[in-house]
Design a protein around this ligand. Structure first.
Ligand code: MRU
Length: 351
């Protein structure tokens, strides 16, 4: 299966997701700043995948810190972690993974001195990656049990192997259900403006021989009205304590449409995506990206000069529109706000 992030100790290789599906090429990052830049520039994207890359970025900062006197080393690590975690603001997995590796590195610095810090940070970053793949398989298994025979599944953006350590969250559900012979078609929303659905989801599903049909985002309502969708499953960038979900722009629209047409609408999200320190979706920071992403298409202008663009990268789907949140620990069913702590329990502390 395709690997979005490859750790090679002296460098991190990131599959350049801007080039897919045309070209398969990796960007080499030799220090934490280059990784932070690659996260900002969407070389690597998807909540768990940027978390994994962020974790390795802290490991690279730890290697630099190991050459410094302890007080400077601590400061260096703290500043690096801040820079990495702020590369993209919405997906909580990034700050969660960065803090996890920072904590391991700082502890090692205190107990073992500079010699221990590199190994400790690297070990923790590797754990973040390894756990993610395991978690996705569990999500896939739980989610597949919700998929009816012959299902036509609609998904948005890319919540697959490319967006995670492997297998995917929403696409983990699709993969497992496909392996069980239950999927007749996957519909991938194109996902304007960045085309994660058309370029990435369609590509990675075809790599695995899974049937896929791409549609423009605005065709989803018509497809549902015709009775062409049995289930919607999407990923998440952050889940608030009340079950509101931040995910790729357009997710909220899909959830409204699914409600109107009585189609189950599921969110697949690992515990690392839950932010128990945030009360509701309105407190989740929403990244706004460059206007040029909307005003041009592959370098060609698609709007007259002088037109402005509104380009939020994510939106908030209220818990009331969600049929269930599929996690590695179980499916959170409505009433989501009430059931969320029962499934999450003490497994997840604040991010
Ligand atoms: O801007 P992106 O491509 O990073 O947005 C990705 C998404 O919205 C995904 O659905 C989400 O991160 C979940 S990935 C398992």
């Amino acid at each position: 299966m395709v690997q979005a992030v490859i750790w090679q100790r002296d460098r991190l290789l990131l599959l350049d997701q801007r080039a897919l599906p045309e070209r398969i090429e990796y960007v080499q990052c030799g220090n934490f700043r280059e990784i932070a830049r690659a996260i900002k520039d969407m070389v690597v994207r998807g909540a768990p995948a940027i978390g994994i890359a962020g974790g390795y970025a802290v490991a690279m900062a730890a290697a630099e810190a190991s050459q410094m006197p302890p007080s400077l080393a601590r400061e260096h690590l703290g500043k690096a972690a801040e820079e990495i975690a702020s590369a993209r603001p919405t997906a909580v997995n990034l700050a969660w993974a960065v803090n996890r590796v920072l904590k391991a590195a700082t502890l090692a610095l205190e107990s073992e001195g500079p010699q221990g810090v590199i190994a400790a940070a690297e070990r923790e970053a590797y754990e973040v990656e390894r756990e993610d793949i395991e978690v996705n398989r569990a999500i896939g298994e739980r989610g597949a049990s919700l998929v009816p025979e012959g299902a036509r599944i609609l998904t948005h953006c890319n919540a697959g192997a490319l967006a995670t350590g492997g297998y995917g969250t929403a696409l983990g559900v699709v993969r497992r259900a496909w392996e069980q012979g239950k999927v007749s078609m996957v519909y991938a929303d194109e996902t304007r403006p960045y085309l994660q659905g058309a370029r990435l989801t369609a590509w990675e599903l075809l790599q695995d021989g899974i049937k896929v049909t791409v549609l423009v985002d605005s065709a989803a309502g018509y497809l549902m009205a015709k009775g062409g969708v049995d289930l919607v499953v999407v990923g998440a960038d952050r889940v608030a304590r009340n079950g509101d979900v931040a995910n790729k722009i357009g997710t909220y629209t899909l959830a409204c449409l699914a409600k109107l047409h009585s189609i189950p609408f599921y969110v697949a999200a690992p515990l690392s995506t839950f932010d128990m320190s945030i009360e509701s979706g309105s407190d989740i920071p929403i990244e706004e990206r460059a206007e040029s992403e909307v005003l041009s298409f592959f370098g060609r202008p698609v709007a007259p000069e002088g037109a402005r663009a509104f380009n939020p990268s994510f939106d908030i789907t209220p818990a009331s529109l969600i049929s269930g949140i599929i996690t590695e620990k179980g499916v959170i069913l409505p009433d989501i706000a009430e059931n969320l702590p029962k499934v999450i329990g003490s497994a997840k502390e604040g991010a």
